[in-house]
Ligand binder design. Structure first.
Ligand code: PEP
Ligand code: MN
Length: 342
């Protein structure tokens, strides 16, 4: 349930309602919109049966929420959220580009990648240190050593750091090295892990699973948000269909669908959707045109020698072309991306 406050309601009215709800053991989420304030009630509403909330000062109406994803849904917060990751804002006018190799492989590789993506205008360096691979015999990542290198390379280039966590233990380890946790497609319904990053109070990029519906995805994000972490960005990375010419099928429609159902920003990973470098640019164009708030792109100084996902990683040169094009498309759409090292 949400309480919609009158435009004339005061801070005191809001405070008194929050206090009354908290005394009943309920959680309170206050969303101050451009027009009015909305108070979201979290918890077992049965305790409210004898409480005439609608008669309290400043209350306009009570609205039941039908969706199970209350915190992520638009009823709760109609205005789009902007997630601030150490000064880089995701979901505002400016597009965010996260880029870097699939995995951190060695010092030279990650430093070269960091400088290259920075030169084209990316704001984040990505790189896996804990690699969930389809086969247990494939390269599994450099773990903590990889995170150290990732952070060093990002700091040297002036970039934020994003990296995937795959378990409670890796959340603990990664906490000191990353600005943003990534939850990978394979962990989309790993609810213990979702609760863990919810408690960790650091921004989270939450990928859609290859076989999750939008509704299941939003219910997953609710696990993170219900722990008190509202700094979440969704990431569409392709879903499994009958088509085999690409690794996955990029669900471009998920972008406007998410925008109609949720206030959270959405970025797109065309690299894992396509699985082939040649399709990354057209899918990036389509994503931005459809309203994505950013992109996460795999870039390797020498893709042919990559230890994982070699076929889909862009060279720094191709990534530079992509950034230039995205900057042009962004300005046509009334958005912005600062191409180049500014
Ligand atoms: C990744 O981004 O490195 C990755 C493994 O992607 P996904 O979880 O989308 O497969
Ligand atoms: Mn990869």
């Amino acid at each position: 349930m949400i309480i919609v406050m009158k435009p004339t309601s005061t801070e005191k009215d809001i405070c008194e309602i929050s206090k009354a709800l908290e005394q009943l053991g309920l959680g309170v989420h206050i969303s101050k919109g451009t027009q009015r304030t909305i108070i979201g009630i979290i918890g077992d509403k049965s305790v409210l049966s004898d409480v005439p909330l609608e008669l309290m000062p400043g209350v306009e109406k009570l609205v039941p929420i039908m969706e199970s994803y209350k915190l992520a849904g638009k009823t709760f917060k109609p205005d789009p959220s902007v997630i601030d990751v150490g000064g880089v804002k995701i979901g505002g006018k400016e597009l965010t580009i996260m880029a870097g190799p699939c995995a951190v492989e060695n010092r030279d590789q990650i430093f070269a990648a960091a400088q290259a993506v920075k030169n084209s205008g990316a704001q984040f360096l990505r790189g896996g240190a804990f690699k969930p691979r389809t086969s247990p015999y494939s390269f599994q990542g450099l773990e903590e050593e990889g995170l150290k290198l990732l952070k060093e390379a990002a700091q040297a280039a002036g970039l934020k750091v994003i990296s995937e966590v795959i378990s409670e233990k890796t959340v603990e380890i990664a906490y000191q090295y990353v600005d943003m946790f990534q939850i990978g497609a394979r962990n989309v319904q790993n609810f213990n892990l979702l609760r863990e990053v919810g408690k960790a109070k650091k921004p989270v990029l939450y990928k859609r699973g290859p076989s999750t519906t939008v509704e299941e995805w939003l219910n997953g994000v609710e696990y993170i948000m219900s722990e008190g972490n509202y700094d979440v960005v969704l990431c569409e990375r392709g879903i499994r269909t009958f088509e085999t010419s690409t690794r996955n099928t990029l669900d471009v429609s998920a972008i406007p669908v998410i925008k109609s159902m949720s206030h959270l920003p959405i970025v797109v990973d065309p690299s894992h959707a396509a699985g082939k470098a040649q399709y990354v640019l057209p899918l990036s164009r389509a994503s931005v045109a459809a309203g994505a708030d950013g992109l996460i792109i795999e870039v390797h100084p020498n893709p042919r020698n990559a230890l994982s996902d070699a076929a889909q990683q862009l060279t720094p040169e191709d990534f530079d072309i992509l950034c230039k094009e995205i900057s042009d498309i962004a300005s046509l759409l009334g958005r912005e991306f600062k191409y180049g090292n500014k």
